[in-house]
Design a protein around this ligand. Structure first.
Ligand code: TTP
Ligand code: MG
Length: 352
């Protein structure tokens, strides 16, 4: 039987930028980006005023300034963001011990024991505002996937509820790219199979979905019916953080592969930053045109200190890989092996 859960997903609005605007009234109502304004600088996040110009997380600083010339860059104050993160976590824990943080500013809460999850979400938003002066958006539904989609629906300062009765209709209209675990490549493959929405996915049998998408096909079969069995895991430790990309066409061109590796390094490093993850091991993954997959790793004595070091380790591994016999269809780069205990609160290892 499918367990009936009440799940809340909370995500702070423009988190780093809102904190900067809170602490410096001169920045309120203005387009700001938190990040490093240098040649290799990247936007960590942008205020909503800056987002109107297309300024977004992970955008190179130079491009962000071209999009919005009056953009104000503010260096990150990680200690402050972390302490706000702790404040909101305390509020979550006053409602349930089942809190699974996903990153510095978002978490899942299982509040199945409470009479009304929507009421709890309203209270949590109000308490966050009272304690921090910041707004959060909340999504409430029967599982993680839907709660997370819901929290994004009315951002900023939003509250969106998908009740058990509404689940079926909601999922039927949902574009496949919104489903959990469906990235660009899978979405494209679905489109080629004329699968655009939950309703389309629902027409297919589980065997068909498994045939096309492997093991994940079973999950998609469930998701299309509003079923997501993943529990909220309060002690979930992120053991690795990575990024990978499947190319539109297979390639053995070292320059192309290096560029793709660079994109993976950037994405993975930003993800690691967001969840305060640091690691000692770098792993390169290559999938060849014949679908054979190899991984090559290097472990350092200390946690990696910068994106540049991460990328350079990846490039070294790529240089040693065989690019002569088969073209490559996918490249990935992962950071793993956190020094014990996980270096939360320790040395700063960001490289904005
Ligand atoms: P998000 O919750 O993804 O973004 P946000 O809170 O800034 O904006 P939204 O209102 O859309 O939720 O990420 C939380 C914080 O994590 C963000 O403020 C800055 C940091 N971050 C990075 O450093 N790099 C990134 O690529 C992303 C996406 C976020
Ligand atoms: Mg956020």
């Amino acid at each position: 039987m499918v367990p009936i859960r009440k799940i809340i997903h909370i995500d702070m609005d423009a988190f780093f930028a809102s904190i900067e605007q809170r602490d410096n009234p001169a920045l309120r109502g203005r387009p700001i980006a938190v990040g490093y304004d240098g040649p290799r600088g990247v936007v960590a996040t942008a205020s909503y005023e800056a987002r109107k110009y297309g300024v977004r997380s992970a955008l190179p600083a130079a491009r962000a300034k071209r999009l919005c010339p009056q953009l104000i860059f503010i260096p990150a104050r990680m200690d402050v963001y972390k302490s706000v993160s702790r404040q909101i976590r305390e509020i979550f824990l006053s409602y349930t011990p089942l809190v699974e943080p996903l990153s510095i500013d978002e978490a899942f809460l299982d509040v199945s024991h409470l009479p009304c999850a929507t009421q709890a979400a309203k209270e949590i938003k109000a308490k966050i505002f009272q304690a921090t002066g910041l707004t959060a958006s909340a999504g409430v539904s029967v599982n993680k996937m839907l709660a997370k989609i819901a929290s994004d629906y009315r951002k900023p300062d939003g509250l969106f509820v998908i009740t058990p009765k509404q689940v079926e209709r909601f999922v039927a209209k949902l574009p496949v790219e919104k489903f959990f675990g469906i990235g660009n490549v899978t979405a494209q493959k679905m489109h080629r199979l004329h699968l655009y929405t939950g309703a389309d996915l629902r027409q297919k049998t589980e065997a068909e979905l498994v045939h096309w998408f492997g093991k994940a096909g079973s999950s998609y079969f469930g998701y299309a019916r509003g079923i997501d069995l993943r529990p909220v895991e309060p002690n979930r430790v992120h053991l690795s953080v990575g990024a990978e990309n499947t190319f539109p066409a297979d390639s053995a061109d070292p320059a192309f592969l290096t560029r793709e590796l660079q994109a993976c390094a950037r994405k993975a490093w930003l993800r690691a930053q967001r969840i305060h993850f640091c690691g000692r091991t770098v792993t390169l993954k290559l999938k060849y045109a014949n679908f054979k997959q190899i991984t090559r790793s290097h472990t350092f004595a200390h946690a990696l200190a910068s994106e540049a070091q991460f990328l350079s380790a990846g490039k070294n591994l790529l240089q040693k890989a065989d690019l002569n016999t088969q073209k490559v269809r996918l490249i990935g780069l992962t950071l793993s092996n956190p020094p014990a205990p996980a270096c939360a609160g320790g040395q700063l290892w960001f490289d904005f």
